[in-house]
Design a protein around this ligand. Structure first.
Ligand code: B1M
Length: 234
């Protein structure tokens, strides 16, 4: 960080400058500055979802591109992720504060071998905000971990996240095991993560691939409504 940047007072920036500065601060892994920026935008009347998408997710996209291109390395990306989590922690209760009736229960986790959890955490937050009960299993989940939680929690939905091309095939292992045990029909299976696409979701036998957290919420609502209609019909 330059001396010039040291002097920046976030609260004196207009919204556009502040969001730009937050992208820079996220890039530099400055957690306190990100938390301050989130609070300022909220104080100016921004909706939590707008802060999340325009300040945090957009900033993380820049980090991701430079990680891909070899400009940033794991320690720097970890700091950026930590800063992002600081901002998300402020937004989480606000996103969940809709007072919506319970829609259904989702068990979600990142698959075995994969430790990326930011996207999954966003999905959890948005699902809670939409009135779903969410049981978050964290990262690196085995088939057994998913199956035990689904049963113990009497869940409606299984959500799986994978960010690596090497770990995404594990989703099929989980779905195949549900099939083998005759339990596949008991759950709505939704999958997501940057390297996935609709074709992959179909090929592994998921009910749907969700491009982002907002799509995950809409898709979950659609499938839950369908399930409730089927139950009502008979
Ligand atoms: Co990693 N990493 N990483 N990483 N990392 C990626 C994924 C990568 C694309 C970077 C790159 O090269 N451009 C690349 C994967 C390449 C590939 O497989 N083809 C990669 C790599 C290679 C690695 C390591 C192998 C690096 C190394 O060690 N050499 C290593 C793997 C460790 C492991 O998992 N075993 C690694 C490690 C890390 C960090 C620990 C440093 C850190 C993770 C910190 C954390 O998560 N706590 C990290 C990060 C941060 C990233 C990038 C930069 C950002 C990921 C992220 O958080 N995005 C990422 C680059 C990128 O994706 N552009 C990268 C923001 C998040 C909001 O988006 O996760 O896509 P996303 O989630 C979205 C949607 O995908 C969807 O909704 C979310 C919100 O809208 N979604 C779901 C996600 N899950 C869902 C589940 C659902 C529904 C929707 O269920 C219903």
């Amino acid at each position: 960080m330059s001396d010039e940047e040291d002097d920046i007072i976030l609260s004196e920036l207009d919204n556009e400058e502040l969001v730009q500065q937050m992208h820079d601060d996220l890039y530099d892994g400055l957690k306190e500055e990100i938390e301050e920026g989130v609070n300022i935008l909220l104080g100016r009347g921004w909706q939590p979802y707008q802060v999340l998408t325009e300040a945090l997710v957009a900033g993380m996209t820049i980090v991701g591109n430079d990680f891909r291109d070899g400009i940033l390395f794991v320690p720097e990306v970890l700091l950026a992720a930590n800063a992002m989590k600081g901002g998300m922690a402020i937004l989480k209760p606000l996103l969940a504060e809709t007072g919506a009736p319970r829609m259904g229960k989702m068990v979600i986790g990142t698959v075995k071998g994969d430790i990326h959890d930011i996207g999954k955490n966003l999905v959890s937050m948005m699902m809670e905000g939409a009135g779903f009960e969410v049981v978050d299993l964290g990262i690196n989940n085995s088939v057994d971990a998913y199956l035990e939680a689904l049963e113990a929690e009497d869940a409606d939905i299984l959500g799986m996240s994978a960010l690596l091309t090497t770990t995404m095939p594990y989703m099929k292992v989980v779905i195949d095991t549900l099939n083998e045990k005759g339990k596949r029909g008991d759950y709505i299976v939704l999958v997501g993560g940057a390297p996935l696409n609709e074709e992959f979701g179909r090929a592994i036998g998921a009910d749907a691939y969700c491009r982002d957290a907002a799509v995950a919420v809409e898709t979950a609502k659609k499938f839950i409504a369908r399930k409730h209609n089927q139950m009502a019909a008979g």
